[in-house]
Write a new protein. Structure first.
Ligand code: HEC
Ligand code: HEC
Length: 178
């Protein structure tokens, strides 16, 4: 009788241990999954900047420097509207559409270039390098079926993109539906 009770207790204790192990296991799995999802979230910052692509943390300083340097005379254009080669020539040349600009110096140049080269598009070998938006297939590709004003220039973005001066090309006015 006595022995029976103690073996019953031992079984209860074993069951408790098994449950504890299962509990610890699920906490560990939850923790690992939690880590995995937070690192995915950490790679998705700048919700306030609405351009074409999400900008991971390692390119954000480059993006800020780009905007700072290229938005003093006109709004900063998102790199996605031109092929990489266009940007390369633009940032290296002090002669700029009849104006004079200060070419970037290191280390800012390197950071800006990392950002621009990552978020611009591939230059096609069989095509001339475009220096105007109306000549860029990538600018066209971002506007499927949109009736763009003629001629299109940097000043006209804001008519459809009210946040253009804040580097936001995601929010839209109803202008383009007319
Ligand atoms: C000193 C003033 C100034 C600065 C700084 C400047 N730009 Fe410009 N940008 C101009 C002028 C002026 C034009 C010609 C505008 C026109 O003819 O419509 C222009 C035109 C452009 C165009 C052509 C757009 C089009 O299709 O008409 C691009 C692209 C451009 N700039 C990119 C840049 C980049 C990249 C930087 C930073 C490296 C920059 N700009 C800095 C003055 C400036
Ligand atoms: C006539 C209105 C109009 C004008 C002007 C215009 N856009 Fe747009 N833009 C749109 C519309 C509409 C879309 C969304 C197209 C779609 O997703 O089908 C768009 C999309 C974009 C996108 C993609 C945004 C995203 O959601 O990923 C970028 C970048 C962009 N435009 C840049 C520009 C720039 C730079 C200029 C100025 C040179 C400009 N646009 C001028 C109407 C316009």
């Amino acid at each position: 009788m006595f022995k029976l009770k103690s073996s019953h207790q031992r079984m209860k204790r074993q069951l408790l241990i098994v449950m504890l192990v299962i509990f610890a296991w699920s906490v560990a799995i939850g923790f690992i999954l939690g880590l995995a999802t937070t690192s995915v979230h950490a790679a998705n910052p700048t919700p306030s900047v609405g351009t074409v692509d999400v900008v991971p943390a390692q390119y954000q300083l480059g993006q800020e420097l780009y905007i700072e340097n290229c938005s003093t005379c006109h709004i900063a254009l998102p790199p996605a509207v031109f092929p990489t080669q266009t940007w390369k020539n633009l940032v290296e040349d002090s002669q700029h559409y009849g104006a004079q600009i200060k070419p970037l110096v290191d280390p800012q140049r390197i950071l800006v270039w990392k950002y621009i080269s990552t978020f611009s598009r591939v230059q096609r070998q069989d095509e001339a390098i475009p220096y105007r938006l109306n000549r860029s297939r990538y600018f066209q590709a971002l506007h499927p079926g949109v009736k763009l004003p003629e001629p299109i220039n940097i000043g006209s973005c804001v008519s459809c993109h009210p946040g253009a001066s804040k580097y936001n090309f995601r929010s839209l006015t109803l202008e383009w539906e007319k």
